[in-house]
Design a protein around this ligand. Structure first.
Ligand code: HEM
Length: 143
């Protein structure tokens, strides 16, 4: 029964490292005007983020997978999880805006008009969340 926990634990660590590299790459691509690459990476990251959350929630479906959380970690985990979910919803909104909403100057939708501002905030917080994920890996590694 511990197998899923182990897969999620190590898989989550590897995903956090890959996602940090991809986030940086997506930001540099946008700055350099390589929008196709930026778009592709952000779509992969957003999809990956939702798959990660689903994988996380599955653990709470089965009592034997639920990790033992020491009470002193709860405020940190609540903060980490809340920032993570807000960013993921925000990123989904940015992707959805670019794929479905107007980009015509003067008529573009709110989400597209402020893409750059929202994007900079979300990417920075997203990086912070993945760094927190790396910290969590060590917090929950068995001695
Ligand atoms: C379908 C998905 C996406 C497309 C097509 C797209 C497209 C673009 C384009 C065209 C720009 C250039 C500036 C502009 O026109 O406003 C840009 C910039 C940017 N995007 Fe995206 N984007 C996507 C998703 C995202 C997501 C999900 C995020 C963050 C969560 C993000 C973060 C950024 C950032 C930070 C910049 C500005 C880079 C800088 O100058 O610092 N993008 N994006």
């Amino acid at each position: 029964m511990k197998v899923y926990f182990q897969i999620f634990h190590y898989g989550g660590f590897i995903w956090a490292v890959i996602a940090l590299i991809l986030l940086l790459n997506a930001w540099v691509s946008a700055r350099k005007g390589n929008i196709v690459r930026h778009q592709l990476i952000m779509m992969i990251l957003t999809l990956g983020g939702w798959i990660f959350i689903l994988g996380y929630l599955v653990r709470y479906r089965f009592p034997e997978y639920i990790p033992n959380v020491p009470p002193e970690y709860i405020p940190w985990l609540a903060f980490h999880g809340s920032v993570g979910i807000v960013i993921l919803i925000g990123a989904t909104y940015l992707v959805w805006g670019r794929l479905t909403q107007s980009r015509t100057p003067n008529r573009q939708s709110h989400v597209n008009k402020y893409h750059q501002i929202y994007g900079r905030i979300f990417i920075a917080l997203w990086g912070f969340t993945h760094l927190g994920g790396l910290v969590n890996f060590f917090l929950f590694s068995q001695p």
